[in-house]
Design a protein around this ligand. Sequence first.
Ligand code: DON
Length: 304
Amino acid sequence: MPYQDILDGIYNEVFQIENTGKVADYIPELAKIDENKYGIALIDKHQNVFSKGDALESFSIQSISKVITTSLIFSKIGNDLWKRVGYEPSGNAFNSLIQLEYEKGIPRNPFINAGALVIADLMLDHFENPKEYFLEFVRELSENPTINYNQKVVQSELENGYRNAALVNFIKSFDNIKHQPEEVLDFYYHQCSVEMSCVDLAKCFQVFANNGIIPKSNSKFLTSSQCKRMNALMQMCGFYDQAGEFTFKVGLPGKSGVGGGVVAIFPNQYTVAVWSPKLNKKGNSFYGLESLERLTTITETSIF
Ligand code: DON
């Protein structure tokens, strides 16, 4: 497949579309980004890397980190995970509180903020130094030892994250958070603040396209069944209340973040990451979705 030509074509075409998105400004530190950044990277099953635009520039991965924390906990505790968090699409915004009360503090899935906070609580239980472990693991998957947390973004979320503070306290009132809310938020904001490029992200997600095996070391991280379930979660919940539209238009498991990143996988074929900071009304990268819709249409590589 002539991936480089395809990426070049998509990039040039999408750049012509008027971008009606808006950079996330509810985290003030994220609003400082140059909104015209746009990069795309694809890694095929032979580990060839194709890229275009700002594909090597690091950005805040935000909610994309939730896939990594969830998979770490899933690999540790297996199906006991589903006692603490569900695996159904929420049909609500990523930071919504409304389902939690009538579902008695069990978040619908691990990718909405409520679910990711429960996973962060589990990270504190299962790793002696979760921040260090998480960072090392992301570096291993991405084969990039320079990846790091951005403390300014952590601070910015701490100072402005009233909704997350509400969520974690509310879930604790149902006994589904064991640690102190401050500790959980501290870990959660660190995982969200990790900065990676499109190439790093495409490398990082190869494990999900590769049946749970980390390509570089050939080590099995997730069982085949766990890998299947992680991909199912990305398909159903990776884009919150736009998961249906992403499935309809792109047709791949994937995950977005409010830093403007989107990553998607085609099992056994490729991983792809796009970055463009302007977000649509559902909080997903406007150009990210435009790019991936074109990619799967041109290459006929949707899983459907
Ligand atoms: O907690 C938050 O709101 C952010 N740290 C992450 C949200 C996010 O990335 C949602 N994704 N589209």
